[in-house]
Design a protein around this ligand. Sequence first.
Ligand code: TEU
Length: 561
Amino acid sequence: MVVHGPLPPPRHSLAGIPGPKSAGETLLSGAHIPWWKEAVFYQIYPRSFADSDGDGVGDLAGIRAHLSDLAWLGVDALWISPFFRSPMADFGYDVSDFCDVDPLFGDLAEFDALVADAHLLGMKVVIDWVPNHTSDQHPWFVDAASSRESSRRHWYVWRDAAPDGSPPNNWVAAFDLTAPAWTLHESTDQWYLHLFEAAQPDLNWDEPAVVEAMHDTLRFWLDRGVDGFRADVVHGIGKHPALPDDPPEVAGIPHCALNDEPITHERLRAIRTLIDSYPGERMMVGEVFLLSTEAVATYYGNDDELHLAFNFPPLFAPWLASRWAECIEDARRSIDPRGAWPTWVLSNHDNPRHRTRYDRGAARAGEEPATAARRSEPRARAAAVLLLTLRGTPFIFQGDELGLADADIPEDVRVDPGGRDGCRAVLPWDGSKDHGWPMRDGMTTWLPSAPEADSRNRVTQRGRPDSILHLYRRAIAIRRACPALALGSYDPLASPEGTLAFRRQLESSACTVLVNFTGDPVEMASLGLVGATVLLASDDTAPAERFSGLLGPDQAVVLST
Ligand code: TEU
């Protein structure tokens, strides 16, 4: 096993922070808590994470070589974005073989070794599963497109042109919002559906053979020992049988953000049954790209569909207390009554990183550039504390723990059809010239490095106890040490404008979290918490101080209450 340097200390036991308590120890009821409720997830976008062979594209061996860094950070589970065989039209989300590793990333033996090492370090491994579509180079599609009589023709969605020769309906594809979600396949003179790129034809889940083949892909990886799946645009696997036009009032919205059909729930129940039939609490977190928490919540079913579902409104929320209060209330109203468990995401590989979003939002709201520059890091630090103290499973996107912003990628270097290159800039590992990406034969990394790489890299930040990396590590450790933070109830507290205050409690464990979303100090004495022990402050390294009652600009604190 490749572990650089000494093995990390036992996770979650940092100086000044009480040692880990398992939920079982604390819950008098003795209720069993599935691991994915308590876990902190870390998303790895493999192309940009770490490279082992100097070809400029990250790979599985690169991930494996850095597992000890992730164990040091304290995360419990890894979600690895696609590494399957792919022509890379959508950088791996166009899969041409669901059951093999693309040679760019390694091979199945390397994957097995990665899972084994992660498990040894106490981390679960969740992989991406892309059920809505395949690559147009997948043998299934090649066969389906070969003739209208192909036995696999109906594995995809084919329609004749509308009477005027235009596409079969008005659905819009993602990325290029002027493009129809249909492409004419000339030799068989029919259109095929693709909610994303033309190189990503949608599978037809009405076809029982497709269901069986896709279930087999789940079994393949479950048999190899993965702990679960992140299911890509999983709300897409059921389409309206008549494929009706989208109504004019949603014109210009890609159909993938609108597709919400009852049949999908039936299909998810079958998938859930399959996953739950495996021992060891395997799980699925679904990407449900519907921009309403109420709609997303339905995909948990009656604890018989997704184990977890991503909820994206907070990913698009600006750094504003009022918006965050709404997002949290929406989750409480929609997800909690089902007995389901929320998730929280600030950044991922599809959207500008939250530090960049908050900076841009502030600039749009008229913030002076100098003020914006001063507030940028404190906002990212306070957001980290918020993410790791809300009720639900948090997902950290690689590099957020370094406080990375998006790279400004010149147009001629952009490669992504969806223009999402900035957040995918490669991760800086150290302060050397190549930041831990030594290239062979004059090759270059597939995307430039993330900005401020001389200081925002792992080695430099590990050496600085006041870095955002250490803040993430402490916040994760505190979450682990305080069952209230991982699993407790959530009670909003009245607090001054521009701030959020909430109490988390589980039996005798209780904490209060205060977040200031403004650039000015705010007096919080009215909450009656003056003198409470500060377990964590987003801008400070020293725990165990007493709360003065004043919350600093863009500061978040966790108090023992
Ligand atoms: O994303 C689905 C999705 O709906 C978003 O990509 C959204 O359309 C996009 O962010 C708008 O800019 C998933 C994957 O996360 C993404 O990387 C893939 O490109 C997409 O599915 C297709 O597989």
